[in-house]
Design a protein around this ligand. Sequence first.
Ligand code: E4P
Length: 226
Amino acid sequence: MKLFLDTANLDEIREGVRWGVLKGVTTNPTLIGKEEQDFLPLVKEICSIVEGEVSIETASDDPDLLIRQGHEIAQIADNAVVKISISPNGLSATRKLSDEGIKVNVTLCFSPTQALLAAEAGAHIISPFLGRLDDIATDGLRLLSDICEIYATQGYQTQVLAASLRHPVHVVEAARMGADIGTMPFKVFEALVKHPLTDAGFKKFSDDWDQAKPHLGELLPSMQEA
Ligand code: E4P
């Protein structure tokens, strides 16, 4: 499963890239608004930092504007993906843009029927929002499992992007179910690497190394500094 950050924060994205595991970024109007920066330079910068795909959301449900915004977003960078909310107009724009070879991420998906429609419209990505379903006492992981099963059975090429992930268990379950991509806030991304036994184990090994070092004779040059 490819790991994406759900953010428009440049420091978080640079840190994810530094780890060597970040494969892409998703943004939305809320995340863009939080950064309080000029839109176009910000999204251009994100696209230049990340090698993988960057989803940039349209801001309309008007049929003509969706197409125009889709064309303009696709021009921002080679790795820009046009994000469109699911609706009749959104599906129609997805069909048109996809037929032109433009990659579309159909977003705000909360049902298997919406995912079926997005795949039939030629979407490159479908984004089911797990956390927002959990928030209203509905099983978000169940939706993801249904979509993965339907897409596998039907042989759709549309990638399943597990979105609105709120904690590491969401990430683990999304990977287990076969999601192609998981997008998450930086705090969830950071939590993936942490384990108290790793911290305790590293501290013990460091202490033992410090004690043993004076008696270990010849060391590697880089170990003399540690
Ligand atoms: C994904 O593309 C969305 O931007 C995102 O995952 C929404 O997450 P939220 O429900 O935490 O806002």
